[in-house]
Design a protein around this ligand. Structure first.
Ligand code: DAH
Length: 373
């Protein structure tokens, strides 16, 4: 700031209009010099305080020391020069402010600028869970022979989960399939449970559709099992059902064998063993030759640990639909026949991919998941 603003005009010996103009000229060039030294926002603030500050800024001092104390004959020219000076000062200040803001923005931009030559950040892409992949494989195989996919509720009524599948309340097989029952409000119309198998969808499908029916039902099921290498309270199944007017046991075995060979490979051998399920008659258990020892029961290191030397591995349950089941869905057991099967997906995935602990499916450890991209 110019020192002259601290003194009155009289103190500086200014007596004429020309001298007043010269004095303002000096102050103005001082202001311009000061302003040229301003390059940051902070310096700009200081400059504004010095020149425009209400209390001690140069403009206030000029008003107090020059204008208010000017002798009468100089008042007019001081006023005019002062106004000119203020206008000029405002203009240069504005110009400088814009330049500084622009400069700082440009500097900030330069700092934030994306450097396209740097190596990128690789985000890993997720993949389908192995169980989901196996569902998909199975669905594709059954699609190819004319089945369609339906899904059903995981919370079921005892009627669909048991009774309509020919499992009355005190039937002993219920012991194997004891399950989780929902806690319901008082006065609820009936019990609800977590389905123990995907078989209830046999009933729901036949209730809705007249024969012919060809469906598979992928889904999650629940049982009161303690977790270990082959058990879990939640696991996965694919149910299958085919009903028509002329379906025979041969259609049944042909379909199942076709599926197993597609899934495990053409070299796998298959066999049926008699079994029992309340909703099929006859019922079978379906085995495949052990995929680990090729059915021989032995490996290089001795007895095959997977089939325990038997050469066969149990795959799933199946059978011809029991005529009693048709009674629950309004089908005429004299006219229709069909077959059903229930495949444990976790078990199938373990066999196909050589996994020896069921629990890894539920732990979601990426080291496991990444092996099945
Ligand atoms: N629902 C049976 C279970 O979970 C599996 C099963 C067996 C399903 C035979 C079927 C069948 O459709 O015919 O143990």
């Amino acid at each position: 700031m110019a020192a002259s603003v601290e003194k009155t005009l009289a103190e500086q010996g200014v007596k004429s209009a020309e001298q007043v103009a010269a004095l303002f000229g000096e102050v103005r060039s001082q202001a311009e010099t000061d302003l040229r030294g301003v390059s940051t926002e902070k310096q700009f603030e200081e400059f504004r305080n010095q020149w425009l500050g209400r209390k001690a800024g140069a403009l206030t001092k000029i008003t107090d020391n020059w204008l208010k104390q000017a002798p009468g004959e100089l008042k007019k020219s001081v006023g005019q020069e002062f106004n000119k000076f203020k206008t000029a000062l405002e203009a240069v200040i504005e110009e400088r402010r814009a330049a500084i803001e622009f400069g700082e923005e440009a500097a900030a931009d330069a700092k934030d600028r994306v450097d396209l030559s740097l190596p990128g950040v690789v985000r890993s892409v997720g993949s389908r869970h192995l169980i989901r992949q196996v569902f998909q494989e199975i669905e594709d195989i059954f699609f190819s022979i004319g089945f369609s996919v339906v899904e059903g509720p995981e919370i079921e009524t005892p009627y669909y989960n048991f009774e309509a599948l020919n499992i009355p309340e005190f039937h002993p097989v219920r012991d194997d399939m004891d399950t989780f029952y929902m806690e319901l409000p008082k006065g609820a119309p009936g019990q609800l449970l977590l389905r123990t198998h995907t078989s209830p969808m046999q009933i729901r499908t036949m209730e809705k559709h007249k024969p012919p029916v060809r469906v598979i039902v992928p889904g999650r099921v629940y049982r009161r099992d303690n977790p270990d290498a082959t058990h879990s309270f939640a696991f996965h199944q694919v149910e299958g059902l085919a009903v028509d007017t002329d379906i025979t046991f041969c259609d049944f075995t042909g379909t199942i064998e076709y599926f197993v060979k597609q899934f495990f490979g053409a070299n796998v051998k298959t066999r049926f063993r008699p079994s029992y399920f309340p909703f099929t008659e006859p019922s079978v258990e379906f085995d495949a030759s052990c995929v680990f020892c090729g059915g021989s029961g032995t490996t290089a290191s001795g007895t095959c640990g997977k089939c325990k030397g038997a050469g066969w591995i149990e795959l799933f349950g199946a059978g011809m639909v029991d005529p009693a089941v048709y009674g629950f869905v309004g089908y005429d057991p004299k006219r229709v026949s069909g077959f059903a099967f229930g495949i444990g997906i976790d078990r199938l995935a373990m066999l196909k991919y050589g996994i020896d602990d069921l629990q890894v499916f539920f732990q979601n450890d990426v080291r496991f998941l990444k092996q099945f991209p």
